[in-house]
Design a binder for this molecule. Structure first.
Ligand code: NAD
Length: 389
């Protein structure tokens, strides 16, 4: 089977779904690889490097879609809500599509993808299990985003991060608050610590306290307890408005004394909770920075505008989206490893074997044979249960 890598079409996207180093593993598993010319350029991977590792270069997006049995992308239609729709007419029945598809986004879009007959796998749905860890693209991209967010926030801050004792006096370290301690939050804590900041972190899941402390940060304990803070898959859960209001009230003091606030709090399929109100922004010192990694999901800060950086009451509020694309070399390398492991997991003698007994395959499979076949997604999008044929 032929695996095809088109150039990413989302505006300013710099990642690529496969890097040259990933090709030998695919060849070993019996696949051939074709890559659209220039697909890896923005990430630092030239056509020649792909050729050297055994891939063939195709002249256009159309020719990649025509040649390949399996299309691998970073942002597919769904996750790419700007230019992704142009791919729909190119999807073929039983062609396989793997990438970010935003399965819990728009029911209409997911159904449009299904209607083409394409067999799609959504990497957002990879189960959070030990067995699937090496295929977990969501975690890879969150790791990159958490790191990059701290660098961007540090760059926007008019202060330096570490404590310095110099002949010109002593500089106190920056105080960084991380709200939401999932994969991105943990990486943000680690990065801010490496830069020498004093770091505080908060999450409604008390289970993360130890992880926060093991990274040298202090856990912010609030005298409120979330109901069923963590679901069976380890995700934070949605709380009622009374909880969020109390949470904001208690967090206001910690926010006010922070130079940088990095927010990452999201609940799968829901609008992100507001943790920082405009009133709380007003309480921060001028020059402080808020980096809202939840901007794409509605934002944790009331003032955030997705895709924009603005200054409000002297505070810089960064609502950057698609942050992982800003570190394209390693983001692509990690993504390629996740995808290659996933493909190799399903490969048998150069073909894909869709074993639905396997939870990794079953839970990641989104559409097949013209239908949205994923039970969790059907339930979430309020589609009627499928009747077995
Ligand atoms: P996420 O991106 O879904 O959310 C980020 C964080 O926001 C979570 O920690 C969540 O608890 C928190 N949050 C939500 N609402 C909040 C609120 N009102 N106030 C404060 N914090 C709030 O998280 P993620 O990075 O996807 O990780 C989710 C869980 O999955 C974590 O427990 C993580 O360790 C686990 N995980 C497991 C695996 C694995 O086992 N293979 C892989 C990745 C992640």
């Amino acid at each position: 089977m032929i695996v095809g890598v088109p150039k990413e079409s989302y505006p300013k996207e710099r990642r690529v779904a496969l890097v040259p180093a990933a090709i030998p593993a695919l060849t070993k598993a019996g696949f051939e690889v074709v890559v659209e010319t220039g697909a890896g350029d923005e990430a630092g991977y030239r056509d020649a490097a792909y050729i050297e590792k055994g891939a063939k270069i195709q002249p256009s997006r159309t020719s990649v879609f025509e040649t390949a049995d399996i299309i691998v992308q970073v942002l597919c239609y769904g996750a790419n809500d700007i230019t992704g729709k142009a791919d729909l007419p190119m999807f073929r029945k039983d062609q396989v599509l793997i990438g970010f598809l935003r399965p819990l986004g728009s029911a209409e879009v997911v159904q449009q993808i299904a209607a083409t007959g394409v067999t799609s796998f959504s990497v957002e749905l990879v189960p959070r299990t030990t067995r699937a860890q090496s295929m977990d693209a969501l975690s890879s991209m969150a790791t990159i985003s958490g790191y990059k967010a701290v660098l961007m926030a540090a760059d926007a801050l008019p202060r330096i991060f570490p404590m310095l004792t110099t002949a010109a006096g002593t500089i106190t370290p920056a105080r960084v608050l991380v709200m939401g301690v999932g994969v991105a939050g943990l990486q943000a804590i680690a990065t801010a610590r490496r830069l020498g900041a004093v770091v505080y972190a908060y999450d409604l899941r008390p289970a993360v306290k130890e992880q926060v402390q093991s990274l040298g940060a202090r856990f912010v304990e609030l005298p409120i307890e979330a109901k069923n803070a963590q679901d069976a898959r380890g995700y934070g859960t949605a709380q009622d408005e009374a909880f969020y209001a109390r949470q904001r009230e208690l967090l206001a003091k910690v926010v006010a004394v922070s130079d940088v606030v990095i927010t990452t709090a999201v609940v799968p399929g829901k609008k992100a909770p507001v943790l920082v109100t405009t009133e709380m922004v007003k309480g921060m010192a001028p020059g402080s920075v808020i980096f809202d990694l939840a901007a794409e999901r509605g934002g944790n800060c009331e003032s955030t505008k997705a895709g924009q950086t603005m200054i409000e009451h002297g505070v810089t509020i960064i609502g950057a989206v698609n942050v992982a694309s800003g570190v394209p070399y390693h983001a692509s390398q990690m993504y390629a490893r996740n995808i290659t492991t996933f493909l190799s997991h399903m490969a048998k003698d150069g073909k894909l074997e869709l074993n639905l007994e396997d939870d990794i395959v079953r839970e990641t499979l989104l559409t097949r044979g013209g239908e949205v076949v994923n039970t969790r997604v059907r339930e979430f999008l309020s589609l009627p249960a499928l009747v077995a044929k």
